[in-house]
Design a protein around this ligand. Structure first.
Ligand code: WT7
Length: 670
């Protein structure tokens, strides 16, 4: 064992009790002890209708619900008969309640001046947000967008991105946000699948001092759709962020001109509880990303409730909540916009990267805005560790109360560093486990209640009946590995895969317990320890988690084989110091192509163009043949161990390896 892995085992066994509120500078913990949590948890599982009904009472409804839950597996209807609007509860309610002048969104753009101060900063109050959202909602209507029309949003992290999401919610038009790092092809695929009539974009977005040409990518996507014979987009609305030179075409509309002429009077559309709020595409084990469907009332309640308790959000206490994710991912949907705004604590949005212009940027933001809750990915924490302690040490981080992580397992060293260097050795760390499909947190510590262990996401969230089971739904024994399952419906669960009912059933609902009840299968391996804590052990399907972003190995494979030089490709995850999991590709070149550095480079660029930079393989190995079983299946487990460096290959023919030789040795184990 290396020193580091010994340290890791030692750290895993340490238990940290929640601090007293005064130790972190808050006046109370909303859930203040393990007993308190247990009491609420028991109620949430045994009397879900009462538990959720009481939470729902705190929200605005145009019409009260008839029933809290109708469960006809795998279809859940929460708050049937009720009518509400998510935008109303995020924005208008605060204005109505007399808090219109309080900050709703605090924003910082990426560029800095010569003394390192940000050039662009904005604060939007609830009232200002209401005005902007209402105007944009009217602009959307004027372009023929109404209830049920899916609007695609492809923007950088400017407040207008949140405004666009809320404007859609206001008029009942579901949105589909596409992460700004995705390519034209990825946009085209998603827009086509959703038959989206409208795209909202920006001229560009700042990322590490460079402009990401968002509008150009949209133009290229439209061209791709036109070439393929199905192009549903009628309008492209473009917000000018960075004076990037763009071409104006027949479909294009200027955000600023349209907004200047728009009225700020646009009442919220009453929506049925189960109307679609948004679609969000995520990777699965096939080559094609799936559109995860989330609906109105249940999603709103679960994200607001989890935001409140996981992060201890309390209004009127000068809290500032900062989640560093991009709104293009579920984390940004739930914990930048929809879950935070109803809690009346300002949400901070930042446009740029963590190390621009220096590796102190994030900590300067915490200092400048006196951030109280900070929520980021383990990948970022590992990068900060590498960049050096002098960066956090140069800033005042004493405002921080709660630290969160999300997206991938956190290694105990990174957890300890986060607690010591960022959290002054006192801030509780909430390692939140959840998924695009779950909508909000499903396993997480509560900062004032749950004893934490580095590397464990600890206990189920209120309302979540989580278990580790075998394929037949039998609960695993203590410390025995199994599958992560959820046995009862919860309000923010996905309601479907857009346009693919069968995929919804097959992917998530094929586990049925002995008593005939279908369980939700998350696709992760897990175990529970002697304290009942959950430990996530990684995906059980062909999905890999790169820097906290989910990617299907098949997606990367299809991108690779689409290149003329590739006959066959297999993609697996490999351990990566910063990213957690890196991407390893094994490629068989076509006759006439040589597997050299140049080809490697052009394949990496090709994948970036086809999917996005996040999908670029970290390692490409050329092989004359891929190792296969006698029945012709690629031996992925063997490839994973080769990629991890565990299996030595002796038959190296200069650049072209013959992995089929290793396959013969490994045949027995697969
Ligand atoms: C997958 C979901 C949840 C929002 C961001 C990612 C992994 C997520 C944790 C965690 C260990 C985690 C799982 C999950 N994951 N959070 N705290 N510990 N693993 O959402 O893109 O839908 O990915 O991320 O493998 O299934 P996503």
């Amino acid at each position: 064992m290396t020193d580091q892995s010994i340290q890791s085992v030692l750290n895993e066994n340490r238990v940290f009790a929640p601090p007293a509120p005064s130790e972190v500078g808050t006046d109370r913990w909303l859930i203040s002890s393990l007993d308190h949590y247990n009491e609420l948890y028991t109620k949430s599982i045994e009397q879900p209708e009462q538990f959720w009904g009481e939470i729902a009472e705190e929200f605005h409804w145009f019409k009260k619900w008839d029933s809290v839950l109708e469960w006809n597996a795998p279809d859940a209807k929460w708050f049937s008969g009720g009518q509400t609007n998510v935008c109303y509860n995020c924005v208008d309610k605060q204005v109505e309640d007399g808090f219109g002048d309080q900050p709703a969104i605090v924003w910082e753009g990426e560029p800095v001046d010569d003394s390192g101060n940000p050039v662009d900063q904005r604060r939007l109050t609830y009232k200002e947000l209401q005005t902007e959202v209402s105007k944009l909602a009217n602009v959307l209507k004027s372009h023929g967008i109404g209830k049920g029309d899916i609007v695609t949003i492809y923007m950088g992290m400017v407040p207008e991105l949140a405004i666009a999401m809320l404007a859609c919610a206001r008029i009942g038009a579901p949105h589909s946000v596409i992460f700004g790092g995705f390519s034209a092809q990825a946009i085209a695929d998603r827009v086509t699948d959703a038959s989206s009539k409208m795209i909202i974009t920006c001229d560009g977005s700042w990322r590490r001092g460079k402009v990401v040409p968002l509008k150009d990518n949209v133009d290229e996507a439209i061209k791709l759709m036109e070439d393929s014979g199905s192009q549903p987009v009628e309008h492209v609305l473009c917000f000018g962020r960075c004076h990037n030179d763009i071409k104006w075409g027949a479909l294009d509309r200027c955000w600023h001109e349209s907004m200047d002429n728009a009225s700020d009077d646009c009442p919220c559309e009453p929506m049925e509880s189960e109307d679609m709020l948004f679609l969000l595409y995520t990777s699965g084990s096939t080559g094609k990303p799936k559109g995860i469907v989330h609906t109105t009332a249940g999603y709103m309640l679960h994200t607001a409730m989890t935001s409140k308790y996981t992060f201890n959000l309390i209004p009127d206490q000068n809290q500032v909540f900062w989640c560093t994710a991009d709104c293009g991912w579920i984390t940004g949907h739930s914990y930048i916009v929809y879950g935070i705004l109803p809690n009346r604590v300002p949400t901070l949005m930042f446009e740029g990267g963590p190390d621009y212009p220096t590796a102190s940027r994030f900590w300067q933001i915490v200092d400048r805005h006196q951030v109280t809750q900070f929520y980021t990915a383990p990948t970022a924490i590992r990068a900060f560790m590498k960049w050096g302690d002098e960066h956090p040490e140069s800033c005042d981080l004493s405002s921080l109360q709660v630290l969160g992580t999300v997206g991938e397992p956190i290694n105990p060293e990174a957890w300890m560093w986060y607690r010591d260097k960022i959290g002054r050795g006192v801030c509780p760390i909430v390692d939140t486990y959840w998924q695009t499909e779950t909508g909000g947190h499903v396993i997480t510590p509560l900062p004032g209640a749950t004893p934490t262990k580095p590397g464990s996401c600890t206990l189920p969230m209120l309302g979540i009946d989580a278990a580790v089971t075998d394929e037949l739904g039998n609960e695993a024994k203590e410390n025995e590995g199994g599958l992560m399952a959820i046995r009862k419906p919860w309000p923010s669960m996905l309601r479907g895969v857009y346009g693919d009912r069968q995929r919804f059933i097959d992917t998530y609902w094929s586990t049925v317990s002995k008593d005939g009840k279908p369980y939700y299968a998350a696709g992760d391996g897990a175990r529970r320890d002697e304290m009942g804590n959950f430990w996530i052990m990684g995906r059980t399907d062909d999905v890999i988690n790169v820097s906290g972003h989910r990617l299907g190995t098949m997606e990367v494979e299809s991108a690779l084989v689409a290149h003329e030089s590739v006959v066959e490709a297999a993609v697996v995850g490999m351990p990566h110091e910063i990213k957690g999991t890196g991407i390893a590709a094994f490629v068989t070149p076509a006759p006439g192509f040589e597997g050299n550095d140049e080809l490697m480079q052009s394949l990496r660029e090709h994948v970036a163009k086809d999917i996005g930079a996040i999908a670029k393989p970290d390692m490409i190995r050329f092989t004359a043949a891929l190792p296969k079983t006698r029945s012709g299946k690629i031996m992925r487990r063997l490839l994973r161990s080769i990629a991890a460096g565990d299996t030595e290959i002796t038959q190296d023919i200069t650049t072209l390896e013959d992995l089929s030789v290793v396959a013969n040795l490994a045949q027995k184990d697969e």
